[in-house]
Design a protein around this ligand. Structure first.
Ligand SMILES: *Cc1c(COP(=O)(O)O)cnc(C)c1O
Length: 433
């Protein structure tokens, strides 16, 4: 726990807990993964945030992924100001939605048509409905440790006979909703083959984060995504890449561009909203035109394609389309990861860093590879918590859980990275032994 007093944050959290369940509007913000109370943020600029007590932090949470340009980038702020002054919602089509669709379609290999929604959860929920409506099948396969938002059917874990039914992973999810969700280990194509051998004709789709980002960062094994592509195709099931984190993050065209594997449906969120609530799902015209009003599958949204959110997203994607942006992110993140590795080694703290471009996780394990949920779970959460607080107290904000991704933005400077490595030396020393 913290050695720094954050009185104003403590006061705000005490009041919030009276009015908001757990004091937060999304559970992970409550710092349950590291113990202690959350820091209330007052504002952010570039790679830095300030808390309610005026403490400054270098931010590697980046709002859990969206802020690839850092906080309050001028290009986004200026466009949002312009657009919001002309009306923030019309419930009618606007040219901004069209521009956003053009940008996504031209960037993401699998996407010929796209529908905008308001969150990653909503994008995934709609994509699953589309896969079911398109195939006329009910079952969905997900990976253990994969997170796809909080739609009922995806809050499921493996039952004892995983290939026949899943079990709810949250109170309030009816057994029936989870029963059609099957779970297999990530990076294990053989397990998926087995499930398809047992009930392949009932499986509508396989949904996967092409780079897992919600059990900490876990890259796909060489050839794994290709195998997913081949297995789903052989059985007439759709392959959904949940690129809510990886879209416009690991490459402009997402993980599908980086690894050269094209899914049937892609879900997007986080980065494409430029810090506003946005999600999207897309695919080939032949599949997407099963959605209303062209086809029979319903999906709607009062604020979907919201002009202010579109303006923020368009400004962000325009910035990301510039030459050298992803090389710059790669260079910054590589130098940080290298610095952290060396610092850990010097302190005698075994560490495994998984990184794909500007997303990474420091796993506090014995140094062995992390390839799936089971190996991710071997990491020492308690040691991570000590690292987290030691960093926070020195002014560096990492995700408040071992099982999450950290993000580097274009706003992080060399000095930010150097300072982070200096702080990590102290933090590793504090959590050695
Ligand atoms: C964050 C996330 C979601 C959910 O997005 P929300 O905008 O939080 O609803 C879905 N899938 C993945 C892979 C995510 O990381």
């Amino acid at each position: 726990m913290s050695a720094v007093r954050r009185q104003r944050s403590e006061e705000l959290f005490a009041r919030a807990r009276e009015l908001i369940p757990g004091g937060v509007n999304s559970p992970a913000r409550a710092f349950g993964g590291v113990g202690g109370n959350p820091v209330f943020i007052s504002h952010g600029r570039g790679a830095h945030v300030w808390d309610a007590d005026g403490n400054e932090y270098i931010d590697f949470l980046c709002s859990w992924g969206p802020l690839i340009l850092g906080h309050a980038p001028r290009c986004v702020v200026e466009r949002v100001r312009e657009v919001v002054g002309r009306g923030s919602s019309f419930g009618a089509p606007t040219e901004l939605e069209l521009r956003m669709a053009e940008l996504i379609v031209s960037a993401v290999p699998s996407v010929e048509m796209v529908r905008m929604v308001n969150s990653g959860t909503e994008a995934v929920m709609s994509a699953i409905r589309l896969a079911r409506g398109y195939t006329g099948r009910d079952k969905v396969v997900k990976m253990a440790g994969g997170y796809h938002g909080h739609a009922d059917g995806l809050l499921a874990r493996a039952g004892s006979t995983a290939a026949t039914f899943g079990l709810p992973d949250s109170a309030g999810v009816p057994r029936g909703y989870a029963a059609d969700t099957l779970t297999v280990p990530y990076n294990d194509a053989a397990a998926l083959r087995e499930v398809f051998a047992q009930c392949g004709e009932k499986i509508a789709c396989v949904i996967v984060e092409p780079v897992a980002g919600n059990m900490g960062v876990v890259p796909p094994r060489k050839g794994y995504l290709e195998e997913l592509r081949e297995i789903t195709r052989a059985h007439g099931a759709l392959l959904i890449f949940d690129e809510v984190i990886t879209g416009f993050r690991v490459a402009y065209g997402g993980a599908q561009e980086l690894y050269g594997v094209v899914p049937d449906i892609t879900t997007l969120g986080k980065v494409i909203g430029g810090g506003f609530p946005v999600g999207a799902y897309g695919g080939p015209r032949e599949i997407m035109e099963h959605m209303a009003p062209v086809g029979p599958i319903n999906q709607a949204g009062t604020l979907s394609g919201n002009p202010v959110a579109m303006a923020a997203g368009i400004a962000t994607l325009s910035e990301l389309s510039r030459d050298g942006v992803y090389q710059e992110l790669e260079a910054k993140a590589a130098s940080l990861a290298e610095g952290l590795c060396t610092a850990a080694e010097e302190a005698g703290v075994p560490l495994r860093i998984n990184r794909v471009g500007s997303m990474f996780t420091c796993f506090f394990n014995d140094g062995s590879p992390v390839v799936d949920w089971e190996t991710a779970n071997r990491a020492d959460r308690e040691r991570y918590a000590r690292f987290f607080w030691a960093m926070l107290d020195q002014g560096v904000y990492f995700p408040p859980s071992q099982m999450e991704a950290s993000f580097v933005s274009l706003a992080h400077s060399e000095e930010d990275i150097a300072k982070t490595v200096r702080c990590a030396r102290q933090a590793f020393a504090a959590c050695a032994g």
